[in-house]
Design a protein around this ligand. Structure first.
Ligand SMILES: Nc1nc2c(c(=O)[nH]1)N[C@H]1C(S)=C(S)[C@@H](COP(=O)(O)OP(=O)(O)OC[C@H]3O[C@@H](n4cnc5c(N)ncnc54)[C@H](O)[C@@H]3O)O[C@H]1N2
Ligand code: MOO
Ligand code: MG
Length: 414
């Protein structure tokens, strides 16, 4: 261990300052068919027992257990109970009713025997297996899973396929969800041309904006793309308009370092965006800028090198986007979903600078179930092609210089 040499803001402190600006967004109502990926802003409760009646769980016959356990094996069939038909009771306790999976268990019966375990002839079923000790076989009991009034989904739950099935079964054709955060993604730089253009020798296509758009869409954001040139006055006009529009967050890429065209930190200050931090003790992404305007959006100034932009968006912006979608009354567990997982480093890493080091990795699981993190060959923070196939990044602390193969570090999923 060595003392941290830099007075610069740590990653942990920078992240805490980012999260401290996250205020819950208001709810809105959406149809179930549009709720996938959104965050629930109400409690969905069971409107009935689950299941709502004693449900036949196998196709076959229903009998009275006492008769079967008493030694009777041959049962005359009274009628057939189909799924979707009102329950019809057993008339004679020594008879049987044919029953289909999903039907209401006929009153008077308390055991279901599968077709595979009976012989059927002349409207009579002969059971081929011994009776179990207790009734209830092949019956999904009313309220066995949940009771009417039970809370099934709580505010703060991100809605996926399983949750939407639950919403559907309680008849939530529409539901309250947190409104999607509105994000302006703004690339800056005179060297950048559109993706449909042929760059001149001194130009490149702008890629950062598309990485950011995809990353934020994964977090449920509604993203608008902008591009601004390096010219200070044009930048000022463009930013003034974007800051006045109703975005919750403005995410800029580039122009935050020390170059003559890196106008953003000064310009943002002039536009009354209050700086919360500039520069974090991390690589990549050290020049990162963050601020907020009173009654306005938060502003992330992400360093322009593509790997820096990508990783700082993952480490800071996406968690902020998830945090603002958590209702104020969400359970801590739901709010804390954005947490790193421990992973075993597969190779030695030597990293001397006393900075937190973000390392893009591919996660795999070995035969013993251990999560392994294998670093990708990323040439530097300009090597965006090196990110292909990354599934996470490790966060290696500034206090160490040697990270041995086999040691365990926090990994953030991408
Ligand atoms: N004298 C110093 N120079 C630099 C420092 C420093 O501390 N002292 N920090 C370096 C680090 S670290 C980074 S990261 C970059 C950050 O630069 P900026 O945020 O000012 O970004 P730009 O200068 O605008 O661009 C940097 C680089 O990234 C490319 N870029 C920008 N936007 C995009 C985009 N949308 N798609 C693809 N590529 C993009 C841009 O062309 C530049 O090559 O500063 C170092 N310099
Ligand atoms: O942080 Mo810069 O991101 O090292 O290239
Ligand atoms: Mg620059």
């Amino acid at each position: 261990m060595r003392p941290s040499l830099s007075p610069m803001l740590t990653v942990v402190e920078a992240f805490a300052r980012v999260l401290a600006t996250a205020r819950p967004l208001s709810p809105e109502t959406v149809a179930l068919s549009h709720a996938n990926g959104r965050v629930l802003a109400e409690t969905l409760t069971a409107d009935r027992d689950f299941p709502p009646f004693n449900r036949v769980a196998m196709d076959g016959i229903a009998v009275q257990h006492a008769a079967w356990a008493g030694g009777q094996t041959a049962f005359a069939i009274e009628h057939t109970q189909y799924a979707g038909a009102p329950a019809q009771s057993l008339q004679n306790p020594r008879n049987a009713i044919e029953v289909m999976t999903g039907a209401v268990l006929p009153p008077g019966t308390d055991a279901v025997i599968r077709y595979e375990d009976i012989l059927l002839a002349d409207n009579c079923a002969t059971i081929q297996i011994p009776a179990p000790e207790a009734p209830g076989v092949n019956i999904h009991r009313q309220a066995a899973d949940r009771r009417r009034g039970d809370a099934l989904l709580r505010p703060g739950t991100r809605l996926g396929p399983a949750e939407l099935a639950i919403a559907a079964t309680v008849g939530a054709a529409e539901m309250a969800v947190t409104r999607a955060p509105r994000v302006a993604v703004v690339s800056t730089g005179d060297e950048l041309v559109g993706i449909n253009q042929a760059p001149l020798p001194h130009q490149i296509r702008r890629s950062n904006a598309y990485a950011l758009q995809a990353l934020f869409a994964q977090a449920g954001a509604d993203v608008s793309l902008f591009h601004l040139p390096d010219d200070r006055e044009e930048l000022r006009t463009g930013l003034t308009n974007i800051l006045a529009a109703s975005f919750d967050a403005v995410v800029l890429s580039g122009a935050v370092s020390k170059g003559r065209a890196d106008h953003l930190p000064g310009l943002l200050r002039e536009l009354h965006v209050v700086e919360i931090f500039h520069e974090v003790n991390q690589r990549p992404g050290k020049p990162m800028w963050f601020g907020a305007r009173a009654e306005g959006p938060v502003v992330f100034g992400l360093p322009g090198n593509p790997v820096s932009t990508f990783l700082t968006a993952c480490r800071y912006v996406r968690p902020w986007l998830r945090a603002v979608q958590q209702p104020a009354d969400a359970e801590a567990a739901a709010a804390a979903a954005d947490a790193p997982m421990p992973a075993v480093l597969t190779v030695d890493i030597n990293f001397k600078p006393p900075l937190t080091h973000f390392v893009p990795v591919r996660l795999t699981v070995d035969a013993d179930g251990r999560r392994l993190a294998t670093p990708l060959r990323v040439g530097g923070s300009g090597d965006l092609a090196g990110l292909a196939g990354a599934t996470a990044f490790l966060e290696l602390p500034p206090e160490l210089a040697l990270f041995a193969a086999g040691s365990v570090w926090p990994a953030w999923a991408l």
